[in-house]
Design a protein around this ligand. Structure first.
Ligand code: NAD
Length: 415
């Protein structure tokens, strides 16, 4: 049978599995399977050559029972509405599992920023806000950066929204630059959260972080911060890859020199003293922690039996397919599911929103301390559920999250 790789179908299948275990009321289950609101927009943008190009964009609010919806904006040439739907569902479960008072949403624009000038990207970013501003708001739906968007783009979007409203509204968007109300610690928050969950998983499995070996697929924002933070914990990064392929070294890679090499040449490949390997080979490296930190559907029914890691920490969203989940679970691989593992980013986004509303800003130490508490609590909520119900960690994470969202839906009297 061909494996289903539509990300929204995967998100629904994951929910169905948890709903069955929870004996979820069928009306609640039907409601939680679909996004509550979807907006499709066309954005006309003046290009540098004087022509006007129309871009397609989306904003999807999956569920707002627990609070305003929260979710990033992706700029991607292969963006689809089903990817945005899936990501908005995962944001809902992620905010619930991290126990922050937000629902889930996501946005996306079909575009290739590598082919665009900074001016064109700015006009596209402002044009997107011109189309969606009445749909979002600091008490309604709060965007953030995601793949191929960054703090500068968030600054343009916040500025455009503030102009429309006629006053400064820093809480409309998170992931802003620090001078415009960004939070300290936001840049490496996702990676920091991954490290906290790996630390706790290692503890329950009896693995010492000192000397533990790590392979990372994807040496982007999440991936390289993670290499730095895990190196600081005493781990050995033995393999890393990017979209072109990767490198390995048994006695450990220097995260900083590897990053500098990638910045200089466009890829980690060719860093002196390393062996070249493919992305497939990276996934199969014998190591303690394997961290997929690139895109969806990387570990599938085809390659899951090659995985030799003790822990798979899913920094990326949706890197493991349902068929691969079953194989990994049967083989005793400990998975830290995506919406638990990478919840550090949205948790510090929540901290940023709180600081914007208060107009009072925290030190980096305070941010990390609060993040550690939230992530550690979320990890054990899921771990205890998995033990109690004798299920895999992803199903357990869904059970924790779906219980919380369903409770809010019921209390509001929607069902
Ligand atoms: P990024 O664009 O900075 O980095 C992605 C990296 O993956 C790049 O190095 C790219 O070369 C590499 N890559 C692309 N295709 C690949 C392939 N087929 N095989 C191997 N490597 C490949 O993105 P990011 O912000 O680091 O996000 C990575 C993942 O983490 C995404 O799934 C994203 O949704 C998720 N995530 C990121 C954050 C965050 O705060 N940055 C938060 C939550 C989840």
């Amino acid at each position: 049978m061909t494996e289903q790789l539509n990300p929204f179908k995967i998100a629904q299948a994951q929910l169905d599995k948890a709903a069955e275990k929870l004996n979820l009321d069928s009306q609640m289950h039907a409601f939680l399977r679909e996004p509550m609101r979807e907006l499709s927009v066309s954005i006309p943008v003046k290009m540098d050559d004087g022509s006007t190009k129309t871009f397609k964009g989306f904003r999807i609010q999956y569920n707002d029972a627990r609070g305003p919806t929260k979710g990033g904006i992706r700029f991607h040439p292969q963006e689809t509405i089903d990817t945005v739907r899936a990501l908005s569902a995962w944001m809902t479960w992620k905010c619930a599992v991290a126990d922050i008072p937000f629902g889930g949403s996501k946005g996306g624009i079909i575009c290739d920023t590598k082919q665009m000038s900074q001016g064109e990207i700015e006009r596209l970013s402002r044009g997107y806000i011109d189309q969606i501003w009445s749909f979002i708001g600091p008490e309604k739906d709060i965007p953030a950066p995601d793949v191929y968007t960054n703090p500068q783009i968030m600054a343009w979007m916040m500025d455009e929204y503030s102009k429309i409203r006629g006053h400064n509204v820093p809480g409309i968007i998170t992931g802003k630059p620090i001078p415009l109300g960004g939070s300290l610690g936001r840049g490496d928050a996702t990676a920091m959260g991954v490290v906290y969950t790996i630390r706790e998983a290692a503890k329950v499995l009896g693995i010492d972080l000192k000397g533990a070996t790590v392979a990372i697929q994807g040496y982007g924002n999440a991936g390289y911060h993670l290499a730095r933070l895990l190196t600081n914990q005493g781990c050995k990064i033995i393999a890393v890859t990017d979209s072109k392929g990767g490198i390995s070294r048994e006695d450990g890679l220097d995260w900083k020199a590897t990053k500098e090499h990638k910045d200089r040449t466009g890829s980690v490949i060719g860093y002196p003293g390393t062996k070249q390997l493919t992305n497939e080979e990276c996934l199969a490296v014998k190591c303690d922690f394997l961290v997929p930190a690139a895109l969806e559907n990387q570990i599938t029914g085809k390659n899951a039996s090659n995985i030799k890691a003790k822990i798979v920490a899913e920094a990326a969203n949706g890197p493991v397919t349902p068929e691969a989940d079953e194989i990994l679970y049967k083989r005793g691989v400990f998975q830290i599911p995506d919406f638990l593992c990478n919840a550090g980013g949205v948790t510090v986004s929540y901290f940023e929103w709180v600081q914007n509303i208060y107009g009072y800003y925290w030190s980096e130490e305070e941010v990390y301390e609060r993040l550690d508490k939230k992530m550690t609590k979320a990890f054990y909520d899921v771990y205890e559920m998995a033990k109690k119900e004798d299920v895999d960690n992803r199903t357990a994470a869904y059970m924790v999250a779906v219980n919380r969202v369903a409770e809010a839906v019921k209390l509001r009297g929607w069902i």
